[in-house]
Design a binder for this molecule. Structure first.
Ligand SMILES: Cc1cc2nc3c(=O)[nH]c(=O)nc-3n(C[C@H](O)[C@H](O)[C@H](O)COP(=O)(O)O)c2cc1C
Length: 343
């Protein structure tokens, strides 16, 4: 007998509303390694947040390993007052996964997502991520293990390993495993993130869900730039429950905004300043963060003014948040003067 939708997911569905109060699919920010940590999630919450957040993927094996468990703590850190994200875990050993999920509720997590789509060679060598598409028995054993903590379990996967059309065999296996949400990144492992997402298969996947697991929510992912693009996709394909945005947020920090607004450079700079401040708060001796990882964000916030490229180049040479702040303080009047000229 199929399991019902948990109150956790029922609430997310019920709260997903258009500005006019009508129901819409829920939006989530995709799990992204070295991106969707507590710092970036809080910056996005400040600009225009989604309904659902995910952590970076975290190795179940490290979580239960006595020596490695401290090295993964930063990935699962959640700040007081922050909206609780869903923990995304990866692994290949059911007993380790069962141990790892049981730690989650103690950390405040209310839901878990299993990664069955990562194309990375190291993850595949560890028989995890998208390798599970080639090993459905292991995938099912992991799903059963992942349910042992009693918190709602979802799966994020790709259409296939070698070919997108493998979805016709692969997705029914997942749909019959009593999972709460199935997130489909509409590409094969082989396509990485290069080929266009296969929107042509959306209706077939929705029909599969309706037949095999009407209680399972389907979330689609791949090339959805922003809220508007997500809503257009949902209109074209009735039945979509959720829309997940990844790289779109790295192009536009306001990607989840329901009504597109013009944002000033002052606003974008204040988001960067918030990111620097939160980075410093989180970066402690116990849980050190890599300053270099911050550099990918400069181009998100600092664009659209004449000397933006030059300013970003200067910032790429920095080695600390203090240096970034110093350069920003010196350049800010010029940037804001351009901003006012545009107003
Ligand atoms: C920098 C980066 C890190 C990623 N890390 C993860 C991850 O930890 N877990 C995961 O399931 N997918 C990961 N992904 C894949 C995204 O979640 C998403 O499936 C992919 O980017 C396609 O969606 P998009 O076209 O909206 O970007 C990552 C993608 C990027 C760009």
């Amino acid at each position: 007998m199929s399991v019902e939708l948990s109150p956790y997911w029922q609430k997310i569905v019920a709260n997903a509303k258009n500005p006019d109060g009508s129901a819409r699919p829920f939006f989530s920010m995709a799990p992204m390694e070295a991106v969707t940590d507590t710092v970036f999630r809080r910056v996005i919450a400040q600009s225009a947040g989604p309904d659902v957040y995910y952590t970076e993927f975290t190795n179940a094996s490290s979580m239960v390993h006595p020596k490695a468990k401290f090295s993964v703590q930063g990935r699962l850190a959640v700040a007081p007052g922050e909206q609780q994200p869903i923990a995304q875990l990866w692994g290949s050993r059911p007993e380790e996964l069962a141990g790892a999920v049981k730690l989650l509720p103690k950390m405040g997590y209310q839901a878990v997502d299993l990664n069955m789509g990562c194309p990375d060679g190291t993850v595949i060598k560890n028989s995890a991520g998208s390798d599970l598409i080639r090993h459905p028995d292991r995938a099912l054993a992991l799903i059963e293990a992942g349910k042992q903590a009693g918190i709602p379990l979802s799966v994020k996967t790709r259409l296939g390993f070698y070919r997108a059309e493998e979805f016709r065999e692969w997705l029914p296996i997942l749909l019959q495993a009593d999972i709460q949400v199935l997130t489909v990144h509409l590409r094969s492992r082989k396509e990485m993130s290069k080929a266009p997402a296969h929107y042509e298969y959306i209706d077939e996947i929705l029909a599969m869900r309706d037949e095999l697991a009407p209680q399972t929510l389907i979330q689609f992912n791949g090339d959805i730039a922003d809220y508007q693009a997500g809503m257009a996709l949902a209109k074209a394909h009735p039945g979509i429950d959720g829309l997940m945005i990844g790289r779109g947020v790295l192009e536009n920090p306001y990607a989840f905004e329901p009504v597109v607004k013009k944002h000033s450079l002052a606003e974008s700079i204040s988001l960067l300043e918030l990111q620097l401040q939160l980075f410093d708060e989180v970066n402690t001796a116990k849980m050190p963060k890599h300053f270099e990882a911050l550099k990918r964000y400069f181009k998100i916030y600092l664009r659209g003014f004449p000397h933006a490229a030059h300013l970003r180049l200067q910032l790429m040479e920095t080695h600390s948040t203090a240096e970034v702040r110093e350069i920003l303080a010196a350049e800010k009047p010029r940037v804001l003067a351009f901003d006012q000229g545009q107003a």
